[in-house]
Ligand binder design. Structure first.
Ligand SMILES: Nc1ncnc2c1ncn2[C@@H]1O[C@H](COP(=O)(O)OP(=O)(O)OP(=O)(O)O)[C@@H](O)[C@H]1O
Length: 205
């Protein structure tokens, strides 16, 4: 169970959000919505342990989630806007880098996003949507409880959205949690919405 208590974030000189509280239980999904600049990406980076909260606490099963950063990093996958592919390496080599760290099968992960036939291609030759699918393939490598996704469906065609929906459903069925920033619908049935705006009190903690 992930719980945010009175979280605040400051970027530059500006308070991006404050007093933010919410919870996410195993199997649940939370959609982070709100206008450009509302702080969705900032919140995801904070939850990933990449930027410290200016105030408040992040709890994992009731204990301070950020007290042990390596333990927190090991329980999550964070997909940012950028696809984090090395352009000169093949798709299989790119995935292989992460598989060496996390475990899992490169072939199965590529199959989960329908990219198995492009495995030998240098990443620089992939289309924008194919690059996004390659990033999503990282989610399919090895199970961890918490997925933090920043606009994960940008550039995906209908078939890819379908495969992504299956990945999300399997993750939630085994008790995984999803927090996703988005401006569009995502295949996350029953997801709750956490809307960020100028005065965002958050949703039920
Ligand atoms: N590195 C930074 N330094 C200073 N300010 C930043 C930095 N990154 C983001 N900000 C500011 O923090 C605020 C929140 O940005 P953030 O990227 O979290 O918004 P967002 O809700 O994800 O927006 P979008 O819908 O456009 O992706 C914005 O006002 C932005 O200008």
């Amino acid at each position: 169970m992930l719980q945010a208590v009175e979280l605040a974030a400051v970027r530059g000189e500006r308070v991006v959000f404050a007093g933010l509280g919410f919870g996410c239980a195993p199997g649940e999904a939370l959609l982070l919505t709100g206008p450009n600049g509302a702080g969705k990406s900032t919140l995801l980076r904070l939850l990933a342990g990449l930027v410290p909260p200016a105030e408040g606490r992040l709890l994992w099963d009731g204990a301070d989630a950020l007290a042990d950063r390596p333990a927190h990093a090991a329980r999550l996958r964070y997909l940012a806007h950028a696809d984090a592919l090395k352009p000169g390496l093949t798709l299989a080599e790119n995935l292989g880098f992460w598989a060496a760290l996390w475990g899992g099968s490169v072939a199965e992960a590529l199959a989960a996003v329908g990219l198995e036939e492009l495995a030998p291609l240098p990443a620089r030759m992939l289309s924008a949507g194919q690059k996004r699918r390659a990033a999503l393939a990282r989610l399919a490598l090895a199970p961890v409880p918490l997925w933090l996704l920043d606009e994960p469906s940008v550039g995906l065609d209908a078939a890819s959205i379908g495969r992504f929906g299956a990945l999300l459903a399997a993750h939630r069925a085994r008790g995984g949690m999803v927090l996703a920033a988005t401006h569009v619908d995502l295949p996350l049935p029953g997801a709750r919405e956490l809307r960020l705006d100028a005065a965002s009190p958050g949703v039920g903690a």
